[in-house]
Design a protein around this ligand. Structure first.
Ligand SMILES: Cc1cc2nc3c(=O)[nH]c(=O)nc-3n(C[C@H](O)[C@H](O)[C@H](O)COP(=O)(O)O)c2cc1C
Length: 186
């Protein structure tokens, strides 16, 4: 399977980016391409006829993928504005999330590991222009992310690794079920 993993921040240093790279490096049942949103301008409804090139490219990558993973940080108990802005672009003229399986993971330096932002992100991805198929349950919340990785970017805690692996295995099943359903075999 082929997944696009979106880093939900424009920050240069990001624990959510580290988390997605960890998944990319350790989960070989799928090809995971980590994508940054730093080059994407703030959404503007009055932007002339065409979308920015970076938006068009990201939309094409999502459209071709079997699923999307979003690494969601938490700012002010919600989704960071750069990530929200990207979803606005991708629910305006282009709709690559429509019917696309999406897994949400998140890391935060506070103990709750982006739990509030993840709940908001689920609602946002349910909105009419987005219409994603968000993988239910399996909330992977990495709290105190500043202590979670070693110098090589590996997660240190075996319980955390086991839970992330369990969530990812569940997502693979969810995507496979979704594909069967779309083919009419389910
Ligand atoms: C403006 C701002 C607001 C924040 N608000 C929250 C918050 O509400 N909850 C939380 O758990 N962490 C909050 N944080 C801390 C982030 O979890 C932390 O900066 C984290 O490293 C962001 O994810 P990243 O490393 O992937 O960029 C906030 C950080 C900033 C800069």
């Amino acid at each position: 399977m082929k997944f696009v993993a979106i880093v939900g921040t424009n920050a240069k240093r990001s624990y959510n980016r580290m988390l997605l790279h960890y998944m990319q490096n350790h989960f070989d049942q799928a090809t995971i391409t980590v994508v940054d949103i730093q080059g994407i301008p703030m959404f503007n409804e009055n932007h002339p006829e065409t979308d920015p090139e970076a938006v068009v490219e990201l939309a094409a990558a999502i459209a071709e993928a079997d699923g999307v993973i979003i690494g969601c940080p938490e700012y002010n108990h919600s989704v960071p504005s750069p990530l929200k802005s990207v979803i606005e672009w991708l629910s305006y003229r282009l709709h690559p999330f429509a019917d696309k399986p999406v897994m949400i993971v998140g890391a935060s330096t506070y103990p709750q590991g982006s739990s509030r932002a993840q709940l908001h992100l689920r609602q946002i991805l349910d909105s009419p222009g987005a219409n994603a198929q968000v993988f239910p349950g399996n909330e992977f919340l990495l709290g105190q992310a500043n202590r979670a990785f070693d110098d090589e970017g590996n997660l240190k805690d075996s319980g955390t690794i086991d839970f992330l692996t369990q969530c990812f295995d569940g997502f693979l099943d969810f995507v496979a079920m979704h594909q069967q359903f779309k083919k009419g075999d389910a």
